[in-house]
Design a binder for this molecule. Structure first.
Ligand code: IMP
Length: 194
C-alpha cells in the first residue's frame, strides 16, 4: 500500500480527494492522522509557490509523499485580486468579506465582472522534482449573495451554464466542476504514473 499525505486539516477536502483518487490503491493520511501540528506558512506570491511550500514542507516533516493545494478567487476587474490573499481579503471573514468584495466592485458593470477560481496542487516526493496540477472555474461576480451551500465566495460566484451561484448548486455538481476537482483529476494522472 502506498501512502499519500493530504496536507490539510479540512475533512471536506480530504473527502473530495478520496473520491477522485479512488481505485489508485493509495492510503490517504492527513496531518491530524500523523500528529503534525506545525503550520507551513503560505508566504508565496502565487498559488504555485504556496502549494510548493506546503507540499515540500510537509514532505520534510512527514517523510511521506505529499499533496498540498492552494486556491483562491481572481477577479479580472480587480487585476486578479484577491488571489492568494482570498482567505484574508479585506481583513475580514464570512459575510463581511462578501460585502467587502461587493464594495470594491460597486462601479463595475455586469459584463466586466468576470472572475475565476484557481486551484494549484503540488505533489512532492523524496528525491524527485515537485509536480503541479491546476484547475480553474469561470464565473461572474453577482451584485448580491445568493444560496446557502458551499463556503467562502460561493454565494457571489454566478455560473452561466447553471444560471445559479455556486452556493445554489448541489454539492455533487460543485464537486464535478470545481477548480479543485479539475486540478485533482490532473493530479491523478501523475499519481497513476508514480
Ligand atoms: P484554500 O487555499 O483552499 O484554503 O483557499 C483559500 C481561500 O480561497 C478560501 O478561504 C476562500 O476564501 C477561497 N476559496 C477557495 N476555494 C473556494 C471555493 O471553492 N469556494 C469559495 N471560496 C473558495
Amino acid at each position: 500500500m502506498h501512502e499519500l499525505l493530504i496536507a490539510t486539516h479540512n475533512p471536506g477536502k480530504l473527502r473530495e480527494y478520496a473520491a477522485i483518487f479512488d481505485g489508485l490503491g493509495l492510503t490517504l493520511r492527513t496531518l491530524d492522522d500523523l500528529g503534525i501540528s506545525e503550520d507551513v506558512e503560505e508566504t508565496g506570491a502565487t498559488f504555485e509557490e504556496n502549494a510548493r511550500l506546503k507540499a515540500e514542507g510537509y514532505l520534510a516533516l512527514s517523510g511521506l509523499p505529499t499533496l498540498a493545494d492552494d486556491s483562491g478567487l481572481e477577479v479580472a476587474a480587480l487585476n486578479g485580486a484577491p488571489g492568494v490573499y482570498s482567505a484574508r481579503y479585506g481583513g475580514v471573514k464570512g459575510a463581511a468579506q462578501l460585502q467587502y468584495l461587493l464594495d470594491q466592485m460597486k462601479d463595475v458593470p455586469w459584463h466586466q465582472r468576470v472572475a475565476r477560481f484557481v486551484c494549484v496542487i503540488a505533489l512532492a516526493r523524496p528525491g524527485q522534482p515537485t509536480q503541479f496540477a491546476q484547475g480553474t472555474l469561470s464565473g461572474v461576480i453577482e451584485a448580491a449573495p445568493r444560496g446557502t451551500g458551499g463556503f467562502g465566495y460561493d454565494p457571489l460566484f454566478y455560473l452561466l451554464d447553471d444560471d445559479k451561484t455556486l452556493a445554489e448548486v448541489p454539492a455533487e455538481r460543485k464537486n464535478q466542476i470545481s477548480h479543485r476537482a479539475e486540478a485533482a483529476r490532473a493530479a491523478r494522472v501523475f499519481l497513476e504514473q508514480w
